[in-house]
Design a protein around this ligand. Structure first.
Ligand code: ADP
Ligand code: ZN
Length: 618
């Protein structure tokens, strides 16, 4: 077959099997490259469409595609989805009995599988490598390839062993896929997986349907409850916290507020964890409150929001976690509440870790980049994309779908405020945390202030024109800009840095976001009305969403998913239901033209769907 034939064939399979009308971004080039036997590295954001890049070539090439993936839940759901569209797929992992595993192995040898998902530790056993050597293989796909990187945030020692693939199977094409794109990680993937000289395909990292918003942390739980009940009543979402305790507390608080929330963290019994994850995937509108252990390898397409109550470690982690929202392309929110204590806490975790100095330096650099994102007055998306090396027209580009673009904060000269704060830290001996410094600045004669005679200092009360909240924002920004630093020896104590001198002398200007002058509440209400999300009870929101035909389609989908024992989205995606409700197809042909309906889905569900359309009046 020549190139044009392969391309036509690829498109035909995309359409008939996956029910999709066109490739997205670099998918077509990747598919063609692999189909032709080449190796490659794919960098694509979460939700970008990585799976298709290896699933489709596995169907186009002779033999079985072997997918290495770290998480059992992902394998299970991908296989369920593939079986739905008629692809012969299976898994080999620790969840199988000996007999089940044996049957899968026999099918592989008999050439009866298109795709086989294998856990890395399983793949590396002599038994499995021997098995693969006797089978006809289409390709190796190494998913979540950044797990080979010791610099990354998901390092998995068993991934290191995957270098054996290049050595043992030099003629089987390899595709490594990841959503983590920094240069260090990229180079390590190339080295370890033997991809030297192979092309990298880089998709745009933009996720236009995700709205980024970072708010000043006041009372995180109340803020979170308001965010969910006002903007995401009835929606599925993920809330990230750093500690197990906080996960438990937050889940309990949400439940008490009437929001169906479940905790997920490594300290929970494995069975409980699995049950919570299953409910999140299979039921509508569950909020999962989790440590970062949750989410990798979960393909749920209709997660409507990701909320962070604690600062992640890096922009990479933030982007990967927020990327779990809105894979289906529908509007979704990435919301984070952040405060000074978060910077202090993350800094301390780095300082206290037993990593090398080089590791600590890299980690601090990554944290600083994230803090700068949180403090920027400019477009958050532009900042994120530039971080991932994507050329954005200009610095001042406005995406129109982040908090700063939707209601731009004013920036003003805060040099005098910064000087007051720095002097206060200096005069009190650089031994106190933010709270005490603010008490002194405002002129509050607390026990502590009196004990240390700080009410006698010249800086006492010099900041009485701002309130506590405003001062907190100033402190945060001055720390974020690097003029004050949390002392890792004395918990929370703020010390002056080298650059503080320039500020005190008036040589360095300090620009501060206007919201520090107390406009943040106003900002909040303004952006709320702009998005037209007036506080709505779960009832009315639910009603608008599920009216008429769409409600009937959803009910049918829930029932079908339950009967077949698969997640609802494996039956049909929200976007496909929306398409049917909008187009109201009257024939199988018309139905077939809706994105997400391939041959098998048409065969299985066509008549039922047409009947629903015909019997619905609206
Ligand atoms: P990733 O693994 O990169 O996070 P997935 O492979 O899970 O992303 O794909 C994300 C979503 O995009 C899925 O719902 C998938 O069906 C959809 N998708 C992928 N490719 C296309 C395409 N060419 N056209 C339409 N939808 C697509
Ligand atoms: Zn923006």
């Amino acid at each position: 077959m020549d190139q044009t034939d392969v391309a036509a064939n690829a498109l035909a399979v995309l359409n008939s099997v996956f029910g999709l009308p066109a490739f997205r971004g670099p998918q077509e080039d990747i598919v063609m490259h692999l189909a032709g036997g080449g190796n490659c590295l794919v960098l694509m954001p979460t939700g970008g469409g990585k799976s298709l890049c290896y699933q489709l070539p596995s169907l186009l090439r002779d033999g079985c595609g072997i997918v290495v993936s770290p998480l059992i839940a992902l394998m299970r759901d991908q296989v369920a989805g593939l079986l739905e569209v008629g692809v012969k797929a299976a898994v080999l992992n620790s969840s199988l009995s000996f007999e089940e595993a044996n049957a899968v192995e026999q099918r592989l040898l008999a050439g009866d599988l298109d795709l086989l998902y294998v856990a890395p530790e399983r793949l590396l056993t002599p038994r499995c490598l021997g098995l693969l050597a006797r089978a006809k293989l289409a390709l190796f796909a190494i998913d979540e390839a950044h797990c080979v990187s010791q610099w990354g945030h998901d390092f998995r020692p068993e991934y290191i062993g995957l270098s054996v693939l290049a050595e043992r199977f030099p003629n089987v094409p390899r595709i490594a896929l990841t959503a983590t794109a920094d240069d260090l990680t990229r180079q390590e993937i190339i080295d370890r997986l033997g991809l030297d000289g192979a092309p990298s395909f880089v998709a745009s990292f933009d996720r236009p349907n995700i709205r980024y918003e970072i708010v000043d942390k006041q009372n995180a739980k109340t803020q979170l409850e308001a965010f969910i009940s006002q903007r995401h009543a009835g929606d599925a979402g993920i809330v990230y916290c750093l500690s197990r305790n906080k996960v438990e507390e937050t889940a309990a608080a949400l439940t008490k507020a009437g929001i169906p929330a479940l905790p997920y963290h490594a300290g929970l019994d494995a069975a409980v964890r699995a049950r919570h994850q299953d409910r999140f995937i299979n039921e509508d509108g569950i909020v999962i409150v989790a440590t970062i252990a949750f989410g990798m390898g979960i393909d749920k397409p209709d997660v409507r929001f990701v909320a962070h109550l604690d600062l992640p470690k890096s922009i990479e982690a933030y982007y990967q976690e927020t990327g779990r929202a809105g894979r289906d392309g529908k509007p979704s929110d990435a919301w984070m509440a952040y405060g000074l204590a978060d910077i202090v806490q993350q800094r301390r975790m780095i300082d206290d870790s037993n990593g090398s100095d080089a590791f600590k330096r890299v980690s601090i650099g990554k944290l600083d980049a994230l803090v700068a994102l949180a403090e920027t007055a400019g477009c958050r998306r532009t900042r994120l994309l530039r971080y991932f090396g994507e050329a954005v027209a200009d610095h001042n580009h406005k995406c129109g779908n982040c908090d700063n673009c939707l209601s731009p904060p004013n920036v003003r000269d805060g040099t005098v405020l910064a000087q007051k704060l720095l002097s206060c830290a200096y005069r009190t001996g650089q031994r106190f945390g933010a709270m005490h410094l603010i008490d002194v600045l405002i002129g509050r004669a607390t026990e502590r202030v009196k004990q240390f005679r700080h009410d006698q200092l010249s800086v006492y009360g010099i900041g009485a024109d701002l309130n506590e909240k405003q001062w907190r924002a100033v402190v945060r920004q001055v720390v974020a800009q690097g003029h004050l630093q949390a002392d890792s020896e004395a918990f929370g104590a703020l010390k002056l840095t080298e650059t503080a001198r320039g500020v005190l002398k008036g040589e360095t200007e300090v620009m501060l976001r206007e919201e520090t002058a107390g406009s943040s509440a106003h900002r909040g209400s303004k952006s709320k009305s702009k998005r037209g999300a007036a506080p709505s009870s779960p009832d009315t929101a639910g009603h608008a969403k599920h009216s008429g035909l769409l409600a009937a389609l959803r009910a049918w989908r829930s029932e079908t998913a339950r009967k077949r024992g698969v997640p609802a989205y494996v039956v049909l995606h929200d976007a496909t239901l929306d398409g049917i409700a909008a187009e109201r197809p009257a024939s199988l042909n018309q139905l077939r033209n809706i994105s997400g309906i391939g041959d098998k889905k048409l065969e299985h569900y066509g008549d039922a769907l047409l009947a629903l359309v015909a019997s619905s009046g609206d």
